[in-house]
Write a protein that binds this ligand. Structure first.
Ligand code: SF4
Length: 256
């Protein structure tokens, strides 16, 4: 693993998902096989494979302090091309420092992580009335998680984390994205533990070889995502869980 401390020029960047994104790190120790952020290798000049390098923006909190004072308030996504609570955060505490600045200025924040380390910062989360914290959980089966996300926290740890955030009064959501095999079993595990769910299909081809190796090609087709998505929406309705779907649930043959 190549860890490099770097000095960034800015940290509060425009985003297509929310108004802004803050990435205290570039690169991610979780190394998920399907990760869309691997395109960052090109921009950073790293030769190492995705998941084997992290650039640590050691001046991120200093930059953010200045940028928050100058820019128009908007919702900030933490983070886009890294997990803000990847293991290095335990040592560097950059995500925590950046979040404290955003909360102090009352900016709306959406945190997205796969890690129970997020619970370390419950004390500062309680300072914000404009915070949502999302855990990404992509399958209910930890063997399948191990295949696609071998270096990310277990499903059990993530379920415990989301339940704990919710119990502590934090607005909490689970991002079931991408929907991996056996994701549908998550719905009953999450009922009562989240404010809402977001579903999205696999939109990238980086993990195609894994699907082929395991004979799971039929679990990444348009038809599969339409059928599983509809059954998950139905299960949410039955269990009273709010559910947002980020892709079309029409059967491919129903498209105009
Ligand atoms: S945790 Fe997120 S950013 Fe990190 S490798 Fe996985 S998908 Fe990519």
């Amino acid at each position: 693993m190549k860890i490099k401390e770097v000095y960034a020029k800015s940290v509060l960047s425009k985003s297509k998902i929310y108004d802004y994104v803050v990435n205290p790190y570039v690169g991610c120790q979780h190394a998920c096989s399907y990760c869309y952020a691997r395109f960052m290798r090109r921009f950073t000049g790293h030769q190492e494979p995705w998941g084997r390098f992290v650039d640590v923006k050691v001046n991120a909190p200093d930059l953010l302090r200045g940028e928050v004072a100058k820019k128009k308030m908007g919702t900030v996504w933490v983070s886009g091309v890294c997990d803000p609570y990847q293991p290095l955060e335990a040592e560097y505490r950059l995500s925590r420092k950046c979040l404290a600045i955003l909360f102090r200025h009352d900016w709306p924040v959406v945190i997205q992580t796969r890690s129970p380390l997020v619970l370390r910062d419950l004390d500062i989360f309680k300072e914000s009335a404009k915070l949502r914290v999302g855990l990404s959980i992509t399958t209910a089966n930890d063997e399948i998680r191990r295949v696609f996300e071998p270096r990310a926290p277990s499903i059990a740890e993530r379920l415990k984390t989301v339940a704990s955030l919710h119990r502590n009064g934090i607005r909490t959501y689970v991002m079931i994205a991408p929907i991996l095999p056996e994701a549908e079993n998550l719905i009953r595990m999450l009922a009562g533990k989240v404010d809402y769910l977001i579903l999205d299909r696999m939109n990238y081809c980086h993990a195609d070889r894994i699907y082929e190796r395991h004979g799971w090609q039929d679990r990444k087709t348009d038809e599969y995502f339409a059928r599983v998505g509809r059954s998950m929406v139905q299960a949410c309705a039955e269990l009273g869980v709010e559910c947002r779907v980020a892709y079309s649930l029409d059967r491919p043959d129903e498209s105009p």
